[in-house]
Design a protein around this ligand. Structure first.
Ligand code: 6GU
Length: 267
């Protein structure tokens, strides 16, 4: 995969040289380049922003440096059958679509991703309209809070996507049983010693009974998800659960109707 990041703070992206993602770059699994937006300005002051039309607080990023930068990084990749596949332009913004594990999986299939890091009040809207001719444009948000710019969001998204690329995570099994891989939160984990400061590891995990352990872990996932992220259970397919799992959900205060979980009114 090829990734280009455009930012006025290229140093902000230095952590992408570390750990798993840094290793993936060294191994050639990920070709990641960070570009300085100011290198695409033409004035002496390397200006990237100006005051907003219509008034109001803050500054807006000017269109021309962005058009130059995006034009320079827009590669074209073969999509088979002589088709050219547009790169995906991800625009981090609190006004974007919510970035999820499912979207990370989608984006991990792409040949090229370009991240356009806005600062200030954002990028002139016409840049995104123009860019749609050359890219699949996807404004993306990490969640409902405001960061000062897209750089920290790019660190998060590149890590979430990069670890899904073939060969990046040493043991691909570790991608299977983790939070959000099955729409649920992960079960709690324990290591030695089996007793620590008066707290014992749940006995079932020491039992050697793999069926019982798998069931306990699944039920812990249900319990945790119901407690911390009940919203995730709305999308959960409860249609084909074994009896013990139905009972587990009943104990958590959920009925199952037409394969969907429904919180009991009295729960
Ligand atoms: Cl992707 N960008 C910015 N600037 N703020 C955010 C965000 C992104 N996601 C949540 N807040």
């Amino acid at each position: 995969m090829r990734i280009d990041v455009v930012s006025i703070f290229p140093e902000y992206l230095a952590p992408l040289e570390l750990s798993l993602i840094g290793k993936a770059r060294q191994d050639g699994l990920l070709k990641l380049t960070v570009h300085d937006l100011r290198d695409f300005t033409t004035d002496r002051h390397r200006t990237v922003d100006d005051t907003p039309y219509g008034g109001g607080a803050g500054m807006v990023m000017k269109p021309e440096p962005w058009a130059q930068a995006l034009g320079a990084v827009a590669g074209t990749a073969a999509a088979g059958e002589g088709e050219l596949r547009k790169p995906v332009l991800i625009v981090p913004s609190p006004a974007g679509e919510r970035f999820t594990q499912a979207i990370a999986h989608e984006l991990a299939e792409e040949e090229q991703l370009v991240f356009a890091c806005g600062r200030y009040e954002g990028i002139d809207e016409r840049v995104l309209e123009w860019a749609a001719d050359h890219f699949t444009v996807r404004p993306m948000s990490l969640g409902d809070y405001v960061l000062n710019g897209g750089e920290v969001a790019v660190l998060a998204m590149v890590e979430a996507i990069g670890r899904l690329l073939p060969g990046v995570v040493g043991n691909p099994e570790s991608l299977v049983e983790e939070s959000h891989s099955d729409g649920l939160l992960e079960y709690p984990v324990y290591t030695k010693p089996s007793s620590w400061r008066g707290r014992d590891v749940p006995a079932v995990l020491l039992s050697g009974n793999h069926g019982k352990i798998a069931q306990w872990r699944r039920h812990e996932q249900y319990r945790r998800t119901a407690e911390r992220r009940p919203d995730l259970l709305e999308a959960f397919d409860a249609g084909t659960l074994p009896r013990a799992d139905r009972t587990a959900f009943a104990d958590l205060g959920y009925d199952i109707e037409d394969g969907r979980l429904r919180r009991r009114a009295d729960a």
